[in-house]
Design a protein around this ligand. Structure first.
Ligand code: GLA
Length: 415
């Protein structure tokens, strides 16, 4: 059997050296600076962000690096080390939503979104390098848009990047770029994680509308070295699925359900249900008011998943790793059976991890491919990743890859 691939994170020094050299080769000058933004792993709270719910991500040590210089005109040039002969160009002047094709839409869209929001940003030259695997459900897109947003903030002295509350403006530009320029639906979890996480902490993000920056995020200690288990992150490399229509469909069903239930969003319903002495019965009562089976399943996922976030935080804080693992399992099963966003690769990887003694395992991110995470006993990550890789080989799936993971820092200036 083939040995499982490990995707190690680049250090800031390596990332900076790579993008600086690429920038100099491409544009013939030195960049004004180098910035980085991480991918993320969502521990629990999936498909809840666009329902006004709760999520609990950590920032990965895997980051996207950007070397950038501002320009005095509105031209943009971007290049990445995936194909350094392919320099993409755009003009911010007169640019409209959806006006850029391909990957350049992500960084160009950030500058466009900042300008649309009234900020004084002109064109730029930039070079990218990343170790966040693409299409892995680990937010390579957010790593790109957030690194660009922070770089533009620095290069144009906007002053938002310096504070957590200020970063919300940059997060919004990143989200607008992804939704409106790149045409990729996203709810805010990924960009908030990339911009607001702190080392050794998971961040409890609360997407209830109308909260202040301070109310919307709480840092929760997540230092695994205190507790024993390890976090295995494994990118299944399931073939890319056309998931965007599916994501939009899930979202529309949730919005319709909230309206039928007379609520602004499913979070309101979840709060009512979870405040009852017997939430399970209260949930049944809510579901009886909906007559579409699929809609009932979607709502059951969202409401139970929102409840699992605080249950996980509590179990983890108490060092009750078995309960924490059970909550991972319940989350995955709900995403598989009720939300129906898993694929065979995700389900098999989770099953193998559980069979091999993981305390719990679940898919992470939007689904339809991408990664799983598992809470495993100390020293077991590599062995369990290998077991999953062996099973994938037997089944003729793509070879998966594992990522060493811990709660790392959010987007920052490197040089
Ligand atoms: C994708 C989206 C996020 C979130 C997750 C599911 O990653 O970009 O906003 O909805 O799916 O939790």
């Amino acid at each position: 059997m083939t040995q499982v691939d490990i995707v190690n994170a680049m250090s800031d020094a390596e990332g900076a050296a790579k993008v600086t050299a690429l920038f100099e080769r491409t544009y013939g000058t030195k960049p004004a600076g180098v910035w980085a933004a991480p991918g993320r792993v969502n521990l629990i709270g999936e498909h809840t962000d666009y329902n006004g719910g709760l999520c609990l991500p950590i920032a990965l040590p895997h980051r996207t690096y950007i070397a950038l210089s501002p320009r005095t005109d509105t031209q943009v040039r971007v290049v990445s080390d995936i194909n350094e002969n392919d320099v993409q160009t755009a003009d911010l002047n007169g640019l409209e939503a959806g006006g850029i094709d391909g990957w350049a839409a992500y960084p160009v869209g950030v500058a466009w979104a900042l300008r649309e929001a009234g900020h004084d940003v002109q064109g730029f030259d930039a070079a990218f390098s990343t170790c966040v695997p693409f299409g892995s459900g680990l937010s390579s897109s957010a790593a790109m848009t957030c690194s660009t947003a922070l770089a533009l903030d620095g290069a144009y002295d906007l002053g938002f990047g310096a504070t957590d509350a200020g970063r919300i403006t940059l997060i919004n530009a990143a989200i607008t770029s992804e939704n409106d320029m790149a045409g990729a639906s996203t709810g805010g979890l990924d960009q908030s994680a990339s911009m607001r996480c702190t080392p050794d902490h998971a961040i409890r993000l609360d997407f209830r509308p109308g909260l202040t920056a301070e109310e919307s995020a709480q840092q929760e200690a997540f230092d695994l070295s205190n507790h024993g288990p390890e976090l295995l992150v494994l990118d299944t490399r399931a073939p890319h699925q056309l998931n965007d229509g599916q994501y939009a469909q899930r979202r529309a069903t949730c919005e319709e359900a909230a309206e039928l239930l007379g609520a602004d969003n499913l979070r309101e319903v979840a709060d009512l249900v979870n405040a009852q002495a017997d939430p399970a019965t209260a949930l049944e009562g809510v579901l009886e008011r909906l007559d579409d089976d699929t809609m009932r399943k979607r709502v059951r996922h969202v409401i139970t998943e929102i409840g699992r976030v605080d249950d996980f935080i509590e179990a983890f804080a108490e060092g009750d790793m078995q309960t924490a693992g059970d909550l991972f399992n319940a989350s995955h099963d709900s995403l598989r059976d009720d939300y129906e966003v898993t694929v065979p690769e995700l389900d098999i990887a989770v099953d193998v991890a559980r069979d091999e003694g993981a305390l719990g395992a679940r898919m992470t991110g939007g689904g339809f491919g991408g990664s799983i995470i598992a809470l495993v006993n100390q020293g077991e990550s590599q062995r369990i990743a290998q077991c999953i890789a062996d099973e994938f080989e037997r089944r003729g799936f793509n070879a998966p890859r594992a990522l060493p993971a811990y709660a790392a820092q959010s987007a920052h200036r490197v040089q």
